[in-house]
Design a protein around this ligand. Structure first.
Ligand code: ATP
Ligand code: MG
Length: 397
């Protein structure tokens, strides 16, 4: 009950913005109160049972002591025992029942300890979902070629997420993935990081199955800018340096510059030492995203994954950052997931995903010529952009 109440409190405190958006302080307080009420009931029950235990113990001890003293007194009366014997019996009994008194408290502590131990063993019994194979090898340094061979995947057995995904990214090339929300794009990145194992098919890196590589070497080779960035409650400097803790100050500053962050940091009174707040709350969405880009660039891995890396940026900053991203991608195997198609026009190959399948593939121009889903998406986005441009002309005019 105690830990359940704590979990609830932490959850509502972490999400305090959501609580406030919906004006639900009362609701959260009531929920916590209910949990505390349960805890209170349990604590009272435990205290009551302990009191009964103590009471019973005291009664038994008192009866026993009385009976023994009475017998000893009788012995003195009929002359079979001396006064000294009576004092002896009394002294023995005192020595015996003092420690007996503690038994109740000790019993309760043992029960509490057993409950804790049980939880600890439950935790130890949880198997790691992903473990290194016994003969796992390290991924060799240098360029990496990625192949997905007929990959099937589901998070839960009753819902297939990816179906027969088959593609390869030659070393140093860029592959882009587009598709509607929920089609499984981020899942591909998670599989590549081996947060989950595939349900069918294989993922090969330089011809070696992912499952035969050590996770440490695999993850060292991949840099990712995730879809939602979460930062540590520390300084901007710390958060950028996190990509490569041994990096020196020049390298961190260069990475920040490449991610178009230096202008923003120069404006801050505390500069790089500005604290970002819990989960990066004090930074805007675009600033957080650029911190994530900076630390991926700092890590400097042979494989880069950008999962909607610029989705929170305005078009001008996006244009500015595109050059650094293109530079970063040069010579690296890169997987770009994007919604805005104009950012991935230059990719070597584009995959269009729909409901966990690849429905179209090819370069930008071949996909446009095919006049399929991609061409539709492209036309729609062009329309929106020209609409925006027209709207801005109208407001400016
Ligand atoms: N941990 C998980 N457990 C169960 N299902 C999950 C889990 N993560 C994602 N899913 C489901 O898998 C599907 C694919 O998710 P994924 O994050 O790959 O989508 P996406 O293509 O990246 O979408 P978006 O463009 O919105 O980011 C979704 O329908 C989602 O509900
Ligand atoms: Mg996604």
């Amino acid at each position: 009950m105690d830990s359940a109440a704590n979990t609830r409190a932490i959850d509502s405190l972490l999400n305090y913005e959501t609580v406030k958006y919906f004006n639900n302080e009362e609701y959260e307080a009531r929920r916590y109160d209910r949990q505390m009420q349960d805890w209170e009931d349990a604590a009272t029950r435990s205290q009551v049972s302990l009191s009964w235990l103590n009471l019973g113990q005291q009664v038994i001890i008192a009866l026993g002591v009385t009976a023994m003293m009475w017998r000893a007194a009788n012995g003195v009366v009929d002359g079979s025992m001396t006064i000294g014997d009576l004092v002896l019996v009394n002294a023995f009994l005192i020595q015996l029942y003092m420690p007996l008194n503690f038994l109740g408290v000790v019993y309760r502590e043992i029960r509490q300890a057993l409950a804790d131990i049980e939880r600890m063993f439950d935790l130890l019994a949880v198997n790691r979902e992903i473990a290194d194979a016994p003969n796992a090898t390290a991924l060799a340094a240098g360029a990496v070629e990625i192949r997905f061979c007929e990959v099937d995947f589901s998070y839960e057995s009753n819902r297939q997420i990816l179906q027969r995904i088959d593609f390869s990214i030659p070393a140093g090339r860029t592959l882009a993935i587009v598709g509607e929300s929920g089609s499984g794009k981020s899942t591909l990145a998670r599989l590549l990081y081996r947060f989950y194992d595939v349900s069918g098919g294989r993922i090969l890196l330089n011809g070696i199955d992912l499952r035969d590589l050590t996770q440490a070497s695999l993850r060292a080779a991949i840099g990712i800018v995730p879809q939602d960035t979460v930062l540590f409650n520390d300084t901007i400097y710390y958060n950028i340096q996190y990509g490569k803790p041994e990096a020196n100050r020049e390298q961190v500053i260069a990475a920040a510059a490449a991610a178009q962050l230096s202008g923003f940091i120069d404006l801050l009174p505390d500069g790089y030492e500005t604290r970002v707040g819990e989960r990066g709350l004090k930074l805007s969405g675009g600033e957080k995203q650029r911190v994530a880009i900076a630390r991926a660039l700092l890590k400097n891995p042979p494989v880069l994954i950008f999962d909607e890396a610029t989705s929170a940026l305005d078009s001008k900053t996006e244009k500015a950052i595109e050059t650094s991203l293109d530079n970063a991608a040069r010579g690296r195997t890169t997987l770009v997931i994007a919604h805005r198609l104009s950012t991935i026009m230059n990719a070597d190959e584009i995959l269009v995903m729909d409901a966990g399948r690849i429905v179209e593939r090819g370069s930008h121009t071949t996909l446009l010529d095919a006049a399929g889903l991609y061409a539709q998406m492209w036309a729609l986005q062009q329309l929106e952009e020209s609409g925006d441009a027209a709207a801005s002309l109208v407001t400016e005019g």
